[in-house]
Design a protein around this ligand. Structure first.
Ligand code: ZN
Length: 161
């Protein structure tokens, strides 16, 4: 199912920057929480990516976060960087990050203006429309988890760009 090419062509090299490869090799906050307050699942049928994001929200802050599942390098690396970016942040900040990241990937916002930290290493994905959903899947699940009105109920959803 995964379209990952084991030998990326020269044109794809900017898609697999060192930081992306490193996060795929050793994803941060990968696993599950003992008692998540919020969770959601995201599925990208085009690629086969399937992630679950679990949160512990307290006082509108992301107190803890884990993700699990399987996906391509872009999907896993993006979700891994997302967990680093939003851990300890308040929910509104996480929402704004998601909006800026999405705007960069869809070409509506310049990567240098977006103040995304290391997430900017995924900006090259915007040149590969079929991979944008991969990069957004973890964030999509995060937003659904935050909006999850019934903790414990995992929703399966497809990402729309
Ligand atoms: Zn993917």
């Amino acid at each position: 199912m995964s379209p990952d090419n084991p030998i990326p062509s020269a044109a794809e090299n900017d898609l697999y920057q060192e930081v992306v490869v490193e996060h795929k090799r050793a994803p941060r906050h990968f696993g599950t929480l003992a008692a998540p307050t919020h969770q959601a699942r995201g599925h990208n049928p085009q690629c086969g990516d399937d992630l679950k994001v679990e949160l512990q929200l307290a006082d509108d802050k992301v107190g803890d976060i884990r993700f699990s599942g399987q996906g391509c390098a872009i999907c896993i690396a993006s979700a891994s960087m997302m967990t680093e970016a939003v851990l300890g942040a308040d929910v509104e900040t996480a929402r704004q990050m998601q909006q800026r990241f999405r705007a960069v990937l869809t070409g509506q916002l310049d990567a240098q203006e977006a103040q995304l930290g290391k997430l900017v290493s995924l900006a090259g994905v915007r040149r590969y429309p079929s991979r944008i959903k991969c990069a957004l899947l973890g964030w999509h699940a995060l937003m659904h988890a935050i909006d999850d009105a019934a903790p414990g109920e995992a929703v399966s959803t497809e990402v729309a760009t």
